[in-house]
Design a protein around this ligand. Structure first.
Ligand SMILES: [Zn+2]
Length: 232
């Protein structure tokens, strides 16, 4: 992995093995996450620890740590004697169910959130949306996976501010955003969503529950329509 903060770790293999003390595991996790989101690691395909060790030039430990974390997020499946593989793509039926669930819960949550928003909370939401807009990196895969994570945070924060933990847990438990973003790797998925997020933010800033509900509904419906071609 390319990173200016990396220093050579000469304790083990002599050739170019790199390690950054603090967040090597985190970097490895982000790199594998980006490959899963951008479909470089195809859904359902085997993930070989030894191959990743070679590709990233790190030891087994951070790879196994990263895979364990991804397993907890539903993106990697570990099978006895077989090892790791990427979770299979969600089915069309599950896709429909996920969007039905989101449309039932998130527009109402956005409306409800307007009642609790103060300047601090609005700043949190603006930051979540702003971080997405600023991610204009050279690495398209990393940009895409960053957006997937940031989108999850943006939506989660709105539900948090609606103050219903059960709704929040229900949505988080599905790892909705990770599965949805993995359906199709395409820049349109992020560009149009950014405009829609702006509309949601504007309605929330205005403290207008009806507008917030509508902006969230439009965003989720558009998101569904953008991703539907993945099943054709
Ligand atoms: Zn979104």
């Amino acid at each position: 992995m390319q990173n200016p903060d990396l220093t050579v770790d000469n304790e083990a293999r002599p050739t170019g093995r790199i390690q950054r003390a603090n967040s090597l595991a985190g970097d490895v996790y982000e790199a594998i996450f980006a490959q899963l989101m951008s479909l470089r690691i195809a859904p359902g395909s085997r993930i070989t620890v030894d191959n990743l060790v070679k590709e990233f030039d790190v030891s087994h430990t951070p790879i196994r740590e990263a895979l364990g974390r991804l397993e907890g997020e539903g993106l990697v499946v570990k099978t006895h004697l077989i090892g790791y593989r990427a979770a299979p793509q969600i089915t069309r039926r599950r896709f429909d169910e996920l969007y039905e669930l989101r449309l039932l819960l998130e527009p109402a949550a956005a409306a409800k959130a307007t009642a609790t928003l103060d300047d601090d909370r609005l700043a949190v939401l603006q930051e979540a949306a702003g971080v997405m807009a600023r991610r204009v990196g050279k690495d398209e895969r990393l940009r895409y996976s960053n957006f997937a994570r940031q989108d999850a945070i943006f939506h989660d924060k709105i539900v948090e501010f609606a103050q219903n933990e059960l709704i929040r847990e229900t949505l988080n438990h599905q790892h909705t955003h990770f599965h949805i973003f993995r359906l199709m790797y395409h820049s349109r998925v992020t560009e149009e969503a950014l405009d829609e997020h702006e509309a949601i933010l504007a309605a929330l800033s205005a403290g207008d529950p009806a507008a917030a509900e509508k902006a969230m509904r439009v965003h989720i419906e558009n998101s569904r329509d953008r991703l539907l071609p993945a099943f054709e």
